[in-house]
Design a protein. Structure first.
Length: 398
């Protein structure tokens, strides 16, 4: 047996419009019939022909209006469906890249664009990145960099968005050889961060619906990006030590836990525990404000002395930790010495402090699966051994 098709209940407003149209069409049919019968009897006056002609003209106009209304309703329904799919995609996207990926396809479908260029400043770098997507072929996207001045040279106007968007569109036409473009700015609370540019090969004027879809998509994407950036900044603040700017203990512990889960058998791990010598006396003699400045200076020295893949963090108080990626025992000791020497070279005379020194404890995994917590404990013991031996030195755990 054939399963019946379920239909959504009709909108009462739609039923009312349909009944009104049927009433109008029926009345017009009978009026036209009467006019035709009137023209078939003898003694027809010229006014009868005028009335009949007007009835025909009104009928054609009504039919044309009906078709135009149907086309408008269809277009609005397509727009509404495009916006619904865009919002649905945005609701599932949490990262800035995922947000832009979620709307590109729907913008292409809704506007009829052949190409879409998403131009966005990366929040972690002063870089204006442009990504071109070919919506017709569905081929791989390509990325390049635009001059940051295209974004930062903003006009002194109440709404600089359209001007910046057109400038970025001009750059996209020049770089990618695009022809007929339409653009909309991406903006968050801190200002304009980029633009979405759509392009097609034909020179026809863009329909108003395409502009509405693009502007609406840009507004929704901007709001989603603002939420994503705000969430990222909140996470960064929660994971960063406010005084030194280094990752804090929470970040260090979470990073170590993540690394432990993803650690391969051949990955070596090392830990440096670094402590400022006689820091309590420094605080007592010079005050906590000077102590804070020394902490900042030492943190900077540590960050500059470690390797690119190493992870320094403020562990607490005047103590710092450094996670070393794939070091030998000799390399770990060498990094520790670089840290000690970098701190020793600090010029702290402007704070009334003659010099600062640190003691460093080093531990390197003896076996591939040695827990990181064990290494932290071993490095901490080596640190206190360095303190007992006279401070300002590096000691490796046995």
């Amino acid at each position: 047996m054939t399963r019946p098709t379920l239909r959504e209940p009709a909108d009462p407003a739609d039923r009312g419009i349909r009944r009104s149209w049927h009433l109008f069409a029926g009345s017009f049919f009978f009026l036209g019939l009467l006019a035709f019968l009137r023209l078939t009897v003898p003694g027809v006056d010229w006014t009868d022909w005028v009335i009949a002609g007007l009835i025909v003209v009104v009928g054609l106009a009504a039919a044309r209006n009906r078709l135009a209304v149907q086309a408008l309703e269809l277009g609005r329904r397509v727009e509404a469906e495009s916006f619904a799919r865009i919002l649905q995609g945005l609701s599932r996207s949490v990262s800035p890249d995922a947000i832009m990926e979620a709307i590109v396809e729907e913008i292409g479908t809704g506007t009829g664009a052949d190409h879409i260029v998403v131009v966005r400043r990366r929040p972690e770098a002063r870089v204006l990145e442009a990504t071109l997507v070919n919506t017709r072929t569905g081929g791989p996207s390509s990325s390049t960099l635009f001059p940051i001045s295209d974004l930062e040279d903003q006009p002194d106007a109440a709404d600089p968005g359209p001007v910046v968007a057109r400038r970025i569109a001009g750059r996209a036409r020049k770089v990618y050889g695009l022809k007929n473009t339409l653009s909309a700015a991406l903006a968050i609370d801190s200002g304009i961060i980029g633009a979405i540019v759509v392009s097609r090969r034909t020179a026809d004027t863009w329909p108003a619906s395409a502009e509405r879809i693009l502007l609406g998509a840009a507004d929704e994407a901007s709001a989603a990006l603002a939420r994503a950036y705000s969430h990222r900044e909140a996470e960064a603040r929660a994971s960063t030590d406010a005084l030194t700017g280094l990752p804090n203990r929470r970040y260090f512990d979470e990073f170590c836990a993540l690394l432990a889960r993803r650690r391969r058998a051949e990955d070596a791990i090392g830990i440096l525990m670094v402590d400022i010598d006689r820091f309590k006396s420094l605080n007592d003699n010079h005050g906590h404000a000077v102590g804070d400045e020394v902490l900042r200076a030492v943190a900077g020295a540590i960050a500059s002395a470690v390797r690119e893949d190493d992870v320094p963090a403020r562990f607490g108080g005047e103590e710092f930790a450094v996670l070393l990626r794939n070091p030998s025992r000799e390399e770990a000791v060498e990094v520790g010495e670089r840290v000690r020497e970098a701190v020793g070279r600090l010029d702290l005379s402007r704070f009334g402090v003659a010099a600062a020194s640190v003691s460093v404890g080093v531990a390197v995994a003896a076996v591939p699966d040695q827990p990181i917590d064990d290494l932290v404990e071993l490095a901490d013991r080596a640190l206190y051994d360095a303190k007992r031996r006279g401070r300002d030195r590096v000691v490796a755990a046995a």
